[in-house]
Design a protein. Structure first.
Lengths: 561, 276, 318
């Protein structure tokens, strides 16, 4: 095709790993992937961690990160094989024909230089523009990407600018030398959901207005569906499927893609609240530094037996602090926690062994929630021994039974955590908390460190176990999609307060309060054109509310700085 | 469990040499051809069949002196390391687990002690303390325990905030379980390799003090003291002083090689991740 | 800008406080003997008169804290007291020696610092290659060598076998510069070797840390030449950690200098200190110990301040 920009053929990429105490060994990261990208189009690369998507993206700049080598295939950019371009040839195309936008802009900017110097650097180096022109162009790009104070933001240093803004500055930096192709490597993954939508919209507008082509790398299918024209699905370094965005979202052919698309659909009937909650949080205020910093302000929620209360909010909303207040790790300054009708001691050390047993916890990072020096058998067996005095055969039998429940089997009894996969680790943590036969389990972001399909499996397991054991969950998460699929009731938290609380359908049905509205409308849906609709309705709302005195950006009410 | 063929060559060399030194120290009276203080010939005789390493500044057999020197050097260094290690580790762990004023007080004191070079502080106190083995071991052990304290406190503080320790606290486990079953097994590998480094430091420190004439007193001599005894020969081209000096270096390197290997061998368990 | 001035001032105030605390510690260090210092110094055979005399001379009849303030007041006004063994004024005896020691340490640093940085850069450039392995092997070896091993090997070969440099570093007042340099060639080399390995290893780690950062990758992906990546992006961020490494190792040099001076019979502070420890001359040990500690602490404070000043987050606060 005449207007083919990038043509990757049968790409093979290897790396050498150095496991401590063992011989170095070669592993294949990308195995025979081919893809093409036409001028002005956006190709989404999607896959879970270890799929090789970033490595492919960087290969279009002939760059291998940390000992990665391109061992086979061709990367043809603008009609020539860049793998054969030589050192100078590669230097000429990097920052000129292809630019890169990293996941963490905060780390990708030189902390010792002003933003403007870094933004125009590539354009100056490649002689695209002189200093004055380049700065003028940069300011125009800052404006286009809706950065505040576009004429002066370039004078700041990276640490003086927020994460979402830095991500946009980095996009401006990529656009400044007018490249043919930009590689976006998970540019919104590290951002809060309400920030993500703005950055996403800014990137999409910028791509459309400048006509640049893009490789958009992400693990989030709903995000890529908003910006990409075509999608390539990758897994373990191999291509699973490729097609237009419509084909991938609406008519996936491969089982893996189908699973990815349907990942959020878990059938869960909402249960009605009972009259007797298993745990009530009443007017709890908590904080650090002897109450100087209040992270929780007058929070009250109920959790009903055998049901799930989802607590949702962005970073800094106080949701994890709520968990710490309930478990007694952070004694509340005011208010009380009522468990089965009686008040629990605020302090962990004053609670009875049986109170502790009834209230278990599962952590976000299963990796560090298990002692690496204990076997799975010890980890699951300890609560049995500690709470029920089980020993020997009886204990082993119960451990085996619990391993069955988490679909792992007793073959794992003698394994150490390091030998398990991420999903298996989280399952063992679930078994450990179930071993105590609790009434309530606090789940703190238990799926957010996992790949979507693995997370899906964990959620299904949790729901299954809830039915069998009649255990209640306090499910803390920032992920609204998860909330929608498993909660019976929902509490939305913002800056330490519960801003909306009630049964799931009620919370998710309009009329909304402002924050819940913003939060709900910011969660990407796996639907083409969702972004435009969301932004349009937000603009409409902002126009309307401007009359009542809101400032211009849609977030400003929630981020006053 | 431990396959000799899988031990890397440098570590193997380290293990063999260290073992030789230790054996020489333990069986000194059996191995040494002559007594420690026995004068067997002329001053600074060259190496010969009768005296493999020659004789020293008073005509004593240098090989025998070296073997007895190994005994004194290792004996003092082991005791000083044991003292610094137990003192530093116990205080460091307690500071991390109990926290509060106990932690603050100890940590500030250690900061203060560490703001003066160890050798200088040792010289200051040795200017008034009586010169004997007990003083030497106490001074070396206490001054060096500051480093062990810092490391064990840091390691324990790191582990103490791990989710698995929190999980144990939430379960209602007592302090004993938390220290001995959750924290200690995970603190062991950094501490073990530190043990090697502290031992090397003790050997070097003792040798330096003896070389300066403030350590082991004649007629006994550790290797550092032997360097001092024989150093005047150097200007006449007599290399006797270099032999104990080289022995100190060899011991330090061997222990270093072993410690390095132990650290590498244990990190794969500590930092290991599954492939999920 | 005032923010950073405040931080630096804070750090310096803290340093001065630390110096006072250290003076207490050094003073206390000479008082820890459970019995009587005078007895310990003179030994069992001392007569009651000589004991009483010494007590009077040391001011032992006053309580410890009075003696401390007396001593501190002297130090602050430049009066370091009188040496018991010779009756000479300590400040006068120290002057020439302090200068000798600084001269030696200065030339050792002049050689060691650039050499360590260059070797550190080479190790990073050929990382995991044989040059890097050789350099880190040598580093491991030299941290295991006692100072006197290095020193006497140098003497044995350079002074005795090949007779290039003197094995005993005699210096005197009014000595011509060239001769003086020749006299300190071997001790300066020994000192250099003592600190080189450690400084190089730390420099390597500091540079590697910067070279592996995401912003250096960004610079590479802009198509900048290797030289410009280093000049504009790596170097400005590596300078602070390198200054830090250099200062910490210069502080380490202070300890090395004590032993090296004894090896080469060099008339500096280190030898003066060791001599008087052997003679149990407490006033001299206190004075010299305090000077060593003060230099050590000052170098550490400079390292801290350099790190503060070089940090863009602190230089340009939000």
């Amino acid at each position: 095709m005449a207007d083919t920009l990038l043509d990757v053929r049968d790409l093979k990429i290897e790396a050498t790993v150095y496991p401590p105490g063992e011989h170095p060994r070669k592993i294949t990261i990308v195995d025979g992937v081919s893809l093409t990208l036409e001028k002005g189009r956006v190709l989404g690369l999607i896959g879970e961690s270890g799929a090789g998507k970033s490595t492919i993206g960087l290969s279009s700049m002939a760059f291998g990160r940390g000992g990665v080598r391109i061992t086979g295939g061709r990367v043809i950019l603008n009609g020539r094989d860049i793998l054969k371009a030589g050192r100078n040839g590669i230097r000429k195309l990097r920052g000129r024909e292809v630019c890169y936008v990293a996941q963490s802009a905060a780390a990708a900017f030189n902390p010792a230089q002003r933003l403007m110097d870094q933004v125009v650097e590539a354009a100056l180096k490649h002689g695209v523009a002189n200093r004055a022109e380049a700065e003028k162009r940069a300011k125009a790009l800052f404006r286009k990407l809706s950065l505040p104070d576009p004429d002066n933001i370039g004078k700041r240093y990276p640490h003086q600018v927020s994460g979402g803004q830095l991500q946009r500055v980095m996009t401006a930096m990529a656009l400044c030398s007018e490249p043919d192709l930009i590689v976006f490597d998970e540019p919104t993954t590290a951002l809060d959901v309400t920030t993500q939508i703005d950055v996403l919209a800014a990137i999409k507008d910028a791509i459309r207005d400048t006509g640049v082509a893009a490789l958009y790398i992400t693990h989030d299918l709903a995000v890529v569906a908003q910006v990409a024209d075509d999608i390539v699905v990758l897994r373990h370094g191999k291509m699973v499927e490729k097609g237009t965005t419509y084909e991938i979202i609406k008519e996936p052919k491969q089982a893996y893609t189908q699973a990815l698309v349907s990942v959020h659909h878990i059938g869960h009937e909402e249960k009605q609240p009972t009259t007797k909650p298993v745990l009530s949080v009443k007017n709890v205020t908590a904080g650090y530094g002897h109450g100087i910093v209040k992270v929780l302000k007058n929070v009250s929620v109920d959790i009903h037996p055998g049901q799930t209360l989802a607590v949702v909010g962005e970073s800094g909303s106080g949701k994890s602090t709520l968990a710490r207040a309930i478990t007694g790790l952070l004694p509340p300054l005011q208010g009380e926690v009522i468990f089965e009708g009686r008040k629990l001691s605020n302090r962990l050390s004053e609670r009875t062994k049986d109170d502790l047993r009834q209230l278990q916890m599962i952590y976000q990072m299963a990796d560090v929630a298990m002692n690496p020096r204990q076997t799975v058998g010890t980890i699951i067996g300890r609560p049995l021994e500690f709470y029920f005095g089980m020993r020997g055969k009886q204990r082993d039998a119960r451990v085996a039974e619990l391993l069955d429940k988490i679909e792992m089997g007793k073959g794992f009894i003698d394994r150490y955590p390091a030998e398990l996969s991420g999903g298996q680790k989280q399952r063992v943590c679930i078994a450990r908390s179930l071993a105590a036969k609790p009434k309530l389990i606090v789940c703190d972001e238990v799926t957010s460190a996992l790949d979507p399909l693995v997370a899906h499996g964990i959620l299904e397991l949790l729901l299954e176990l809830q039915k069998e054991e009649n255990v209640a969950y306090l499910f803390i998460t920032h992920d609204l999609a998860t909330v929608k699929s498993i909660a019976d009731s929902i509490a939305v938290m913002y800056r330490g307060e519960v801003v909306r609380y009630g049964a799931r359908t009620k919370v998710l049905t309009p009329p909304f309060d402002d924050y819940t509205d913003l939060l709900l409308s910011s969660v990407p849906e796996m639907e083409i054109g969702w972004l435009e609709k969301a932004i349009a309705s937000a603009r409409w709302r902002v126009r309307e509310t401007n009359a009542v005195g809101w400032t211009r950006t849609r977030n400003s009410r929630f981020r006053p700085h | 469990m431990l396959d000799i063929k899988r031990i890397p060559i440098p570590a193997l060399i380290g293990i063999v040499l260290t073992t030789l030194f230790v054996l020489a120290a333990i069986f000194a009276p059996l191995i040494a051809p002559h007594g420690n203080g026995e004068i067997v010939g002329d001053v600074w005789e060259p190496m010969s069949a009768a005296h493999w390493l020659g004789t020293d500044n008073l005509g004593r057999d240098l090989l025998s002196r070296m073997i007895y020197g190994a005994r004194i050097t290792l004996f003092i260094a082991v005791l000083a390391t044991a003292l610094s290690f137990s003192l530093g580790a116990i205080l460091g762990f307690s500071a991390a687990v109990f926290g509060g004023w106990f932690d603050t007080l100890l940590s500030r004191l250690v900061d203060l002690l560490m703001s003066i070079p160890t050798l200088i502080m040792a010289l200051v106190v040795l200017s008034v303390l009586p010169t004997n083995l007990v003083t030497l071991i106490l001074v070396m052990g206490i001054l060096d325990s500051t480093r062990v304290y810092r490391l064990s406190r840091a390691v324990a503080v790191d582990i103490n905030v791990m989710d698995y320790v929190e999980a144990a606290k939430l379960r209602g486990e007592g302090e004993a379980w938390i220290i001995f079953r959750e924290i200690l097994p995970n603190a062991l590998s950094p501490l073990v390799s530190e043990l090697g480094l502290r031992f090397i430091y003790a050997v070097l420190f003792l040798s330096t003090l003896s070389f300066l004439g403030l350590g082991v007193q004649p007629p006994d001599a550790d290797w550092g003291g032997m360097v001092k005894e024989n150093k005047d020969g150097i200007v006449f081209g007599i290399a006797a002083a270099l032999i104990p000096a080289a022995a100190i270096a060899a011991l330090a390197i061997s222990v270093n090689l072993v410690a390095d290997w132990v650290l590498n061998r244990t990190t794969d368990i500590k930092g290991g991740r599954g492939n999920g | 800008m005032s923010f950073i001035v405040k931080l630096v001032a804070q750090r310096m105030a803290l340093g001065i406080l630390l110096l006072f605390a250290v003076s207490v510690l050094i003073f206390a260090g000479t008082q820890i003997l459970p019995g009587d210092i005078a007895q310990a110094i003179l030994g069992q055979s001392a007569t009651p008169e000589s004991l009483a005399n010494l007590r009077e001379q040391l001011g032992l009849n006053d309580p410890a804290y009075i003696r401390y303030f007396h001593w501190l007041g002297g130090v602050l006004t430049g009066d370091l007291g009188t040496a018991m063994s010779s009756g000479q004024d300590i400040a006068t005896s120290i002057k020439g020696r302090l200068w000798n020691t600084l001269f030696l340490a200065f030339w050792a640093a002049v050689v060691a610092v650039p050499l360590a940085i260059i070797l550190g850069l080479i190790a990073v450039r050929y990382r995991n290659g044989w040059v890097d392995k050789l350099i880190s092997g040598l580093a491991l070896a030299s941290t295991s060598f006692p100072e006197f091993f290095i020193g006497y090997v140098l003497v044995y070969f350079f002074a005795v076998k090949w007779q290039i440099f003197p094995g005993i570093s005699t210096v005197y007042d009014g000595m011509p510069f060239g001769e003086r340099i020749q006299a300190i060639a071997l001790p300066a080399t020994a000192l250099t070797l003592v600190v080189l390995a450690h400084m190089m290893r730390m420099t390597r780690a500091a540079i590697l840390n910067v070279m592996q950062s995401a912003y250096v990758e960004t610079a590479e992906l802009k198509g900048l030449s290797a030289f410009n990546v280093i000049r504009k992006h790596a170097f400005p961020n590596a300078i602070a950690p390198i200054i830090n490494v250099v200062m910490l190792n210069l502080a380490y040099l202070i300890v090395g200098v004590v032993v090296v001076e004894v090896i080469f019979v060099y008339p500096g502070m280190g030898q003066y200190l060791v001599d008087h420890v052997t003679k149990r001359d407490v006033p001299v040990v206190q004075a010299v110990g305090l000077i060593f500690a003060a230099v050590y602490i000052s170098l550490n404070i400079i390292a801290d301040i350099a790190a503060i000043v070089a940090n863009p987050r602190l230089r340009h606060p939000k």
